[in-house]
Design a protein around this ligand. Structure first.
Ligand code: PLP
Length: 397
């Protein structure tokens, strides 16, 4: 048995988990599907024997379900191991396809590292990298985009919803601008936006999602490609997933991703209403405290499931730890290593002050978050603020 399982019975149920942008708890039905498929359909989907054929049928059914929820063709859906992999395949693979037509690539400054670092790798390989600015709300600047686009541009990546403060990006408007630049491959990282924010995938060239962000399991994602031929393979092997992602397909994971997506889709309208109520409760609850700053105000520009809050002059880590001790889990947005303090790039791109960025935390809801949990969070946060942080902030230390 694993050491950690023997250690102590974890009191998972008594904790309040508000770090759902990092990952969500898999639905029981999703886990049941995973186990059931591993038990009863363990054949290799590429084998032509009976077991292989039934497993392959199941894989097709999972693909079909994902395609129908995302409203795209079945052959445009490819299973991967996570969104990081989907992003890498789309970005590196599309440039490989387009490299004879130009050498400029554009990425927004607020992307997840799986996108930003892929662009930096492309820069190391000789492409000219342009960073797309965002405004103070964290929404990409379309006028800046127009000035960056050239006849040499072959790739643009803008996420659907930002993972640090929840700003919704103008994907449709960008696709309009790109009509004058047909050479550009437009990739969208949909990890934090899928289902929560409407998107018409016919307007983008590729789109990435990860199951564990919507109550699925870790280790499985999807890449949507409007046209398969626009992305070259970047890894090589047995040719699974039309050669785009060689390696024996994890059919149990694919089936469980489809299940998680369907269950989440069924709840999506109710969940949206609930999240708006929760975000309003937090904004109202903190409104009389001048030192508590919200970096994701209540507005159409932001998704309601994420709220980024700062206590300028306090380190985000100290807030996370204080809440942790009271059984509430949220996350920091800037990583602190022993020597340097890395300011969160996405918050920095908005032009927020250093103090604000250092003191920020992210609170994020799941489909299952309850009103009681949010009430407790507000109460505990205010209590910790009064006890530990208010005096420090006011003394200016
Ligand atoms: N893109 C965004 C916006 C994310 O928030 C994340 C995960 O936090 C990823 C990509 C990467 O997802 P995964 O770790 O499942 O590959």
């Amino acid at each position: 048995k694993l050491e950690i399982l023997n250690n102590k019975k974890r009191k998972v149920d008594s904790m309040i988990y508000l770090d759902n942008c990092a990952t969500t708890k898999p639905y029981k039905e999703v886990l049941d599907t995973f186990v059931e498929v591993n038990n009863s359909y363990f054949g290799n989907a590429a084998s032509i024997n009976k077991f292989g054929k039934t497993t392959n049928k199941l894989l097709s059914a999972a693909r079909g379900q994902v395609a129908s929820i995302l409203q795209v063709a079945e052959d445009s859906i490819f299973f991967t191991s996570c969104a990081t992999e989907s992003n890498n395949i789309a970005l590196l693979g599309s440039v490989e396809h387009k490299k004879d037509f130009g050498n400029r690539i554009i990425v927004s400054k607020i992307e997840h590292p799986s996108v930003l670092e892929s662009f930096r790798e492309l820069e190391r390989r000789g492409f000219i990298l342009d960073y797309l600015n965002v405004d103070e709300d964290g929404v990409v600047d379309l006028n800046h985009l127009k000035t960056l686009l050239t006849k040499e541009t072959i790739l643009l990546s803008v996420m659907q919803v930002n993972n640090v403060f929840g700003a919704i990006q103008p994907i449709e408007e960008i696709s309009e601008i790109l009509k004058d630049y047909p050479k550009v491959h437009f990739h969208v990282d949909g990890v934090q936006g899928v289902l929560k924010d409407k998107i018409d995938l016919s307007k983008v060239d590729s789109y990435a999602i990860s199951a564990h962000k919507f109550h699925g399991i870790k280790g499985v994602g999807v890449l949507y490609l409007k046209s398969r031929r626009t992305v070259h393979n970047i890894t090589f092997g047995g040719g699974q997933e039309d050669g785009l992602r060689s390696g024996t397909v994890n059919v149990a994971a694919a089936a469980s991703l489809a299940k998680a997506l369907r269950l989440s889709q069924e709840k999506v309208e109710d969940v949206k209403i609930k999240h708006k109520e929760f975000k309003t409760m937090i904004v109202d609850g903190f409104s009389e405290y001048n030192h508590i700053v919200s970096n994701s105000p209540l507005s159409e520009k932001y998704i309601d499931s994420i709220i980024n809050i700062s206590l300028p002059k306090i380190k985000g880590e100290a807030i996370v730890n204080a809440l942790n001790e009271r059984g509430i889990m949220v996350s920091t947005t800037s990583a602190c290593s022993s020597k340097t303090f890395h300011l969160n790039e996405a918050l920095f791109a908005r032009g927020l002050s250093r103090e604000n960025i250092e003191g920020s935390i992210r609170v994020s809801f799941s489909n299952e978050t309850t009103k009681e949990e949010v009430e407790t969070f507000i109460e505990v946060f205010i209590d910790e603020y009064n006890k530990k942080f208010k005096e420090v902030i006011e003394s200016g230390i």
